[in-house]
Each structure stands twice: as C-alpha cells, then as structure tokens.
Design a protein around this ligand. Sequence first.
Ligand SMILES: C[S@@+](CC[C@H](N)C(=O)[O-])C[C@H]1O[C@@H](n2cnc3c(N)ncnc32)[C@H](O)[C@@H]1O
Ligand SMILES: Nc1nc2[nH]cc(C(=O)O)c2c(=O)[nH]1
Ligand code: SF4
Ligand SMILES: [Mg+2]
Length: 210
Amino acid sequence: MRVTEIFFSIQGEGTRAGLPCVFVRFTGCDLRCNYCDTAYAFHGGTDMTREEILAAVARHPCKLVLLTGGEPLLQKELPALARELLDRGLEVTIETHGQRPLDALPREVVRIVDVKTPGSGEPTTDFGYLDALARHDEVKFVVCSEDDFGWSRDVVRRHRLEGRVHVLFSPVWGRVDPKDLARWILESGLDARLSLQIHKVIWGADVHGV
Ligand SMILES: C[S@@+](CC[C@H](N)C(=O)[O-])C[C@H]1O[C@@H](n2cnc3c(N)ncnc32)[C@H](O)[C@@H]1O
Ligand SMILES: Nc1nc2[nH]cc(C(=O)O)c2c(=O)[nH]1
Ligand code: SF4
Ligand SMILES: [Mg+2]
C-alpha cells in the first residue's frame, strides 16, 4: 500500500473532533478539488505492507483510527486492512470522496463521505451510495460559497439524510467565514452539524502530519 504519513493527533473533523486519533494517510487521488489542503499526498509516499501499517498504528496508545488520503479507496488492500484493524479491537473510520465503491468495506467501518459540491470543481453526480449508509456514518459537505450551501441543503432534503446519517457542513478554510456558514445552517433549520477543522485552529493551516 502507498502511504504518505502515519501520525497521532487530535481528530479535527466530524463527530469525533477533539478525540485522539491515529491517522493513516494514503497516497494518490483521482480528484483535484480546488480547495484541497492535502495536495502533498497526490504523489510520492512509501510502499508499506499491511503488517507494517498495523505495527505503526499499534505504536500509538489509541483505539481510534482514521484512514484518509489522498483517496484511501484507491488502495486495493484497504478493505483487508480495515478488517485487520477491526479484528484488533480498533474503531475504524474512513474519510472518502464517495466516488469509489464503498460496499467492499466491512460494515463496522464508519464511513465519513464527502459529497463534493459544485464549488469544489469535482461535483458528485452519483448519489446512489447515500442510501446504503448507516446511522453511524457521516455525510460532509465542504462549502465554498452560499450557493454551494444551498446546493448541499437540497441534496440533504432530496435524499432525506437528516436523522438517517450525521450531516455535517464544513467551511473551506480561509474561503468561507464560519460565521456565515453558522448563519446559513441556522436559517435552513436543518438537523446538521457545523464542523470546523480544529487541527488548523490548534496548529495552523499549513502544517503536515497534524
Ligand atoms: C484531504 S481529504 C482526504 C479524504 C478524501 N479524499 C476526501 O476528500 O474526503 C480529507 C478531508 O479534508 C477536508 N478538506 C480538504 N481541504 C480542505 C479545505 N481547504 N478546507 C476545509 N476542508 C478541507 C475535506 O473535508 C476532506 O474530507
Ligand atoms: N487532525 C486532523 N484531523 C483530520 N480529520 C480529517 C483529516 C483528513 O485529512 O482526512 C484530518 C487531518 O488532516 N488532521
Ligand atoms: S478528493 Fe480529497 S484528497 Fe482528493 S482532491 Fe478532493 S479533498 Fe483532496
Ligand atoms: Mg486533513
């Protein structure tokens, strides 16, 4: 498997924000979202076996793991690695753009799926996977503008996501003011969570490995 970095930090996003977490960041992505803060993971990386990844994760005193990237579902062995992490009693979460099949993942894996908005430049067009998500899964919209928020709000309603999965909105860092996103969420009346990248609040926006 091609790995950019494995690090121990505070989960900065989603319903587990604030919790200690081991991050495994895989290399390579088939999208190029115009806001991506992880372009350094598009290329390079190191080949690691699943055993080497399991050992690196085990070095940290933590039961929560996030598989991310780049796009982790480009890694053929991802489902097998997820199974082995689960079998070791770990809580396994994955951050994915949702534009690759999710069904090979073990059911216990918590899917944190980014629906890509028009503002990203790589908009999601196939929403079929949303119906297969479970209550513990998360659907996140990274919002580039008020128009993007309106588009996302309509996706939430059209697919009846409220109460079925965790719905999260996150501002593109430095492009959308969290105060505006807060207002849009409140005005919409949606049962949704404002998600900020708190790791950037703690360590700054351009630090890798946190
Ligand atoms: C780098 S991506 C890797 C996982 C997967 N490719 C995806 O897009 O979900 C991880 C997460 O970083 C967040 N992200 C990336 N760039 C961002 C930015 N400039 N502002 C806010 N969130 C950003 C998105 O929420 C994305 O889900
Ligand atoms: N601290 C921290 N939390 C995160 N949550 C999701 C991340 C990601 O890049 O997938 C991320 C990240 O890069 N750092
Ligand atoms: S899908 Fe994720 S890793 Fe790929 S460009 Fe978009 S935000 Fe970056
Ligand atoms: Mg990140």
